[in-house]
Design a protein around this ligand. Structure first.
Ligand SMILES: Cc1cc2nc3c(=O)[nH]c(=O)nc-3n(C[C@H](O)[C@H](O)[C@H](O)COP(=O)(O)OP(=O)(O)OC[C@H]3O[C@@H](n4cnc5c(N)ncnc54)[C@H](O)[C@@H]3O)c2cc1C
Length: 418
């Protein structure tokens, strides 16, 4: 008699859900189903960057050639620019504060292409669109799912890849509160505002002066309580721009419930925000006709990701400020044992023990990095101390590898199972 397949339900078809679905669909003893609330896979028209750690995972999944084709340039491992940091909040030309370089540098994509590369690697029968999960229940090792249209499904493992406003995270922490009476647990449900507003736009490269620094290298234009990031994507044909303006005293507050997190704004608002910055920045911003405006939120670092047969992944687990370009990369850095049905609680515990401290570290440091680029950290704009501090914020990219963590997780699993 063949053993029935182990059923994994993935709730959410963003970067984290699709990357997990691609990885698990390669395991013959696992049945994967992706339940996505929308009627199709969607990504916003903007850039996304990853670092060597994430690239190596994509290669291990056999996706290197597909992602090479859509990167700003095929990644070859040579030392390249991570970011070129400049002081830019003055009308005259700015100056370099720090040049960050590393193997592979910053690998950049158009988000729509990035998500599509996962979609193309997915078997055709795993996705169910228009399925908004509203709740789940657990009984005797089976997880039952309830969707908005009153349909139901069951699985052995439910993975919450449902993003920063995750309903699965909300249920996990509400139930943990009901069991323990500890009201602190309720604080992990809702994301909080970082105090930062971002503006985003894309610029066709031919509309910029040919020697504009953003075309060749990822740039970080820094100023007091503000910074501007730009880098080329789509084989170098487009420059992605995302700017940040912070009110550090507002970090941790809840955003006005009636206000949308993402809106459109006028070009004038964007230009006014960075008035009197160096000409290179003005050249970028004046080419963004219709910027979008984002209230950047993050989570309080969660104390756990797992409840029985339910686990959180991606932004549902560790939504973070984007100042280390790491949210999606962290979502891709998961590891599940190939045969989780052998010993699911220990496999999930090993995942949690390895991934949670690491992702929480990146979450906290991403926020701190932003304050460093904006001269709002304890180092102010004392470049002698600030530059080494910025450099050390990135050590996690190279100090450990996803492979060394996979081996640690495996060791942890064996220890728990013995
Ligand atoms: C300005 C900005 C810049 C960024 N830049 C970078 C960067 O350069 N590099 C990087 O690594 N990261 C970056 N990030 C972070 C990155 O975008 C996120 O970490 C990543 O997209 C999260 O993917 P996800 O799949 O976990 O969540 P999401 O992309 O939010 O996907 C969640 C999916 O779940 C679905 N869903 C939600 N609720 C339900 C439900 N109840 N039932 C069924 N489906 C549901 C949604 O429709 C959606 O498809 C940036 C973020 C911002 C805001």
């Amino acid at each position: 008699m063949l053993k029935p397949k182990f059923k994994v339900a993935i709730c959410g078809g963003g970067i984290s859900g699709l990357c997990l679905a691609v990885a698990l669909s390669r395991c013959p003893n696992i049945q994967v189903d992706v339940y996505e609330a929308a009627d199709r896979f969607k990504e916003i028209g903007a850039g996304v960057m990853i670092w060597s750690r994430t690239w190596k995972i994509l290669e291990q999944l056999g996706l290197g050639p597909a992602f090479s084709k859509i990167a700003h340039a095929p990644p070859d491992g040579s030392v390249a620019t991570g970011f070129d940091f400049r002081r830019s909040d003055q009308p005259q030309e700015g100056f370099r504060v720090h040049l960050m370089q590393m193997p592979y540098g910053c690998i950049r994509f158009y988000r729509v292409d990035f998500l599509d590369a996962f979609v193309h690697a997915l078997p055709s029968n795993v996705t169910h669109f228009g399925m908004r999960l509203v709740s789940y229940s657990q009984h005797a090792g089976t997880v039952s799912l309830k969707f908005l249209d009153d349909t139901t499904a069951t699985c052995d493992l439910l993975v919450g890849c449902d993003g920063i406003k995750s309903c699965i995270r909300a249920q996990i922490f509400k139930e943990a509160f009901d069991r323990s009476g500890d009201s602190e647990l309720l604080k992990f449900i809702d994301p909080v505002w970082t105090g930062t507003t971002a503006y985003r736009g894309l610029i066709p490269v031919e509309s910029l002066p040919p020697l504009h620094r953003s075309i060749a290298d990822p740039m970080m234009y820094c100023g007091k309580s503000k910074h501007v990031v730009s880098y080329s994507i789509s084989q170098g044909s487009v420059v992605n721009v995302v700017t940040f303006a912070s009110e550090p005293e507002k970090e941790g507050i809840f955003f006005d419930e009636d206000k949308a997190w993402v809106t459109q704004c006028t070009q004038q608002e964007l230009l006014d925000c960075y008035a009197h910055w160096e000409p290179e920045v003005e050249q970028l911003l004046s080419r963004i006709e219709k910027p979008s405006k984002w209230a950047i939120h993050h989570l309080k670092p969660l104390p756990f990701y797992v409840d029985g047969g339910v686990v959180l992944l991606g932004d549902a687990a560790h939504a973070m400020a984007p100042h280390q370009g790491a949210g999606a990369g962290q979502a891709i850095e998961f590891r599940l044992r190939r045969r989780p049905s052998d010993n699911l609680p220990h496999a999930l515990e090993a995942y949690q023990r390895i991934r949670l401290p690491f992702a929480n570290h990146v979450l906290k440091e991403s926020y701190i990095s932003g304050s460093m680029y904006e001269f709002d950290s304890e180092f102010g704009d004392d470049y002698e101390t600030l530059v080494p501090a910025i450099a050390s914020q990135w050590h996690w990219v190279e100090d450990t590898s996803p492979e060394s963590e996979r081996l640690r997780a495996l060791g942890c699993f064996r220890e728990l199972a013995s």
